[in-house]
Ligand binder design. Structure first.
Ligand code: GDP
Ligand code: MG
Length: 633
């Protein structure tokens, strides 16, 4: 078993010294750290206990200016070793770190009362009491408080034993979810290239598997993996790992980036979250407050949008929206921390409940009410609401986990249940996705309105084709998806279908017998013209119709495929166009090219008809024009 333990506590309380006493490693690596005797950035060390468990430490800086580095190290910790100097007691960063670990949901740990050699028994007891009071109501309430001294060695064995006890409390690491690894360091090593380190949050990565860099979305190849300094075939949740990457410079990947299974995170500038504002926050949180948002090892600036009214007082938990200045890649349930922009201190933190909200205004109005289901623990309500909130965008099967945190199978089963009850609707086209019945209803109403409009404008037509309707919905759905929506409405009897055309139930094309007879007459006149039918005005004259009526007739004839529009003022019957095309193809099969004059000879039409026909065939991709001749396309 392996455990990753983070130190926490105020500066100079002995964290680094204690880690060194336990592991023999001085984690203050930088010259600057050694010179100033303070920890600036994260340090790493480990030891193996007498049961063979590996206990890895992430030593964090205590100074308030470096809390952002502490936060980067807090990602993926199994447990916390809170260090409080016995001779000083609880100090500001003792509290701040405690709050952060509490908000991040780390869940377990213990307290070392350090520098015990500097405190007499009375002071030691006072400090212990101070600690007990401070941790009340947090995850450390009731945790062991162990006096230790790195100088005399007092308590170190007890501390080691207590740490080993923690191992037993960590159930299993999260291997159910896809591989995820927030990068806390990136450097290049001679002969190896770029290496990144971090704590594996979930899943497993094998050496031959592809991995995606987030938020950039680049797919990276692995050169090698290391766990605790030794080459490994795979790394998995709960391990400190080093990953050697091929084809990426160390500047192209840095702290804050994540490596994860391809497609397992969503990237967005906007997040809907549940936020707990610490009781210690100095003031209400107001609309548009600029804050520092910390997710994993990443820090991004952003503003707060309140969703539940205008007041958010310290100690409360509310749903808010984060509008970030840079994109973050996340999934449902991710923990985050927010800190004040300036001066910098921790304000609160919480959980992401929508990693990429739909921006529709209609959805935004309902958000406060709808989001409530996303924070609860009813998975069915969660899935239904997640699908509802994505509106027409829908939720793809592959997104189930990212948006609900539920394993793929559990998500699929709930979708199945919801869909058998008609609460959600599956649209199967290129990729399977589901939309909510409420959204489907809005789409159905839109389609009905569109058809009603169409019937009003074109009473003589039977209805609209799938392609025409898809054109009206092209921003939301592919034509194939529209096809499945239409089929569903036809099955429900909400719209009617005849051949290629869809119409409102009860609509009958109102084309009078007289108009039908007139169209027949026009078609006759056109057919009688053979390869050279009359142009529009001559046609209307021959049919004895005025221009307005005549135009409606030929439009309808074209729509019904009884006529072909070759030019605005020139219509043919389809059989004649087909015959001309056949002749043209035969000619080109023998001669390779054709000029307007050749075409005139071939068909016996006027030059103007010849030009119009050839342009028609160009447009249909039958021919290709090259200067003044044409070839077969
Ligand atoms: N007397 C005594 N001094 C200690 C002990 N542990 C740490 N110190 C001193 O306390 C100071 C701060 O220690 P350090 O580990 O850097 O604290 P950190 O800022 O919490 O990492 C240093 O001068 C250490 O030598 C201890 O057990 N006894
Ligand atoms: Mg230190």
């Amino acid at each position: 078993m392996h455990l990753v333990i983070g130190t926490s506590g105020h500066i100079d309380h002995g964290k680094t010294t204690l880690v060194k006493a336990l592991t023999g490693v001085d984690t203050d690596r930088w010259a600057e750290e050694k010179k100033r005797g303070i920890t600036i950035d994260l340090g790493f060390a480990r030891f193996t206990d007498d049961r063979g468990n590996t206990l890895a430490f992430v030593d964090v800086p205590g100074h308030e200016r470096f809390v952002h580095n502490m936060l980067a190290g807090a990602s993926g910790l199994d447990a916390v070793l809170m260090v409080v100097a016995a001779d000083e007691g609880v100090m500001p960063q003792t509290r701040e770190h405690l709050h952060i670990c509490d908000l991040l949901g780390i869940g377990r740990g213990l307290v070392a009362l350090s520098r015990a050699d500097l405190a007499d028994p009375e002071l030691l007891e006072l400090s212990a009491e101070d600690v007990r009071e401070t941790v009340q109501g947090t995850f450390l309430e009731g945790a062991p408080i162990i006096p230790v001294s790195a100088v005399t060695g007092q308590g170190l064995d007890a501390l080691r034993a207590a740490l080993s006890e923690l191992v037993g409390q960590v159930q299993t690491h999260d291997l159910e979810h896809p591989f995820r690894f927030p990068v806390d360091r990136s450097f290049s090593m001679k002969g190896f290239g770029t290496v990144v380190t971090g704590t594996v949050l979930s899943g497993r990565l094998r050496k031959d598997e592809p991995v995606m860099q987030y938020p950039s979305g680049a797919t990276l190849r692995l050169r090698g993996l290391q766990v605790h300094g030794e080459a490994a075939e795979a790394v998995e949740a709960g391990q400190r790992a080093a990953i050697n990457l091929a084809g990426v410079a160390k500047e192209q990947i840095r702290r804050g980036d994540q490596l994860a299974a391809p497609g397992s995170l969503i990237t967005s500038y906007m997040l809907n979250v549940e936020l707990r504002l610490l009781a210690s926050a100095p003031a209400d949180l107001t609309q548009r407050t600029r804050v520092r948002f910390h997710l994993g090892t990443q820090e991004v600036f952003g503003r707060i949008v309140l969703l539940e009214g205008e007041r958010f007082v310290p100690g409360e938990t509310q749903l808010i929206q984060m509008r970030l200045e840079q994109p973050v890649s996340s999934a449902y349930g991710d923990r985050f921390i927010i800190r004040n922009y300036s001066p910098v201190f921790t304000l609160g933190g919480g959980r992401i409940i929508d990693p990429a909200p739909n921006k529709s205004r209609r959805i935004r109005k309902e958000l406060a009410r709808r989001l409530a289901d996303l924070r609860g623990d009813d998975p069915e309500a969660l899935v239904e609401q997640v699908i509802y909130l994505q509106a027409t965008r829908g939720v793809k099967a592959a997104e189930g986990f990212i948006r609900t945190g539920l394993p793929e199978k559990a998500f699929a089963r709930i979708v199945q249940d919801l869909s058998s009850r008609g609460t959600v609707i599956s649209i199967e086209a290129a990729e399977k996705k589901v939309i909510h019945a409420g959204t489907m209803e809005l789409i159905a109403q839109f389609i009905e309105r569109t058809l009603a409009n169409h019937h009003r404008h074109f009473p003589e037509r039977e209805g609209m084709t799938r392609a025409e309707l898809a054109g009206k919905l092209s921003l939301l759905f592919s034509e194939r998806e529209v096809g499945t929506l239409l089929q569903r409405l036809v099955r429900q009897g909400r719209i009617a279908q005849a051949g290629q055309s869809y119409r409102q139930v009860g609509h009958e094309k109102s084309f009078s017998e007289e108009q039908e007879a007139l169209l027949e007459r026009c078609i006759e006149v056109i057919r009688a013209g053979g390869m050279q039918p009359p142009r529009r005005s001559a046609l209307f004259e021959a049919c004895r119709v005025d221009e307005k009526v005549g135009q409606r007739l030929v439009n309808l004839g074209t729509h019904n495929k009884q006529l072909v529009r070759v030019k605005d003022d020139l219509y043919y019957t389809p059989d004649v166009v087909a015959e001309i095309e056949e002749r043209l193809r035969a000619y080109l099969a023998e001669h390779e090219t054709i000029t307007v004059i050749d075409f005139k000879d071939l068909t016996g039409v006027t030059r103007k008809h010849a030009v119009d026909l050839l342009e028609h065939f160009d447009a249909r991709h039958v021919t290709l024009r090259l200067d003044n001749h044409r070839v077969l396309r």
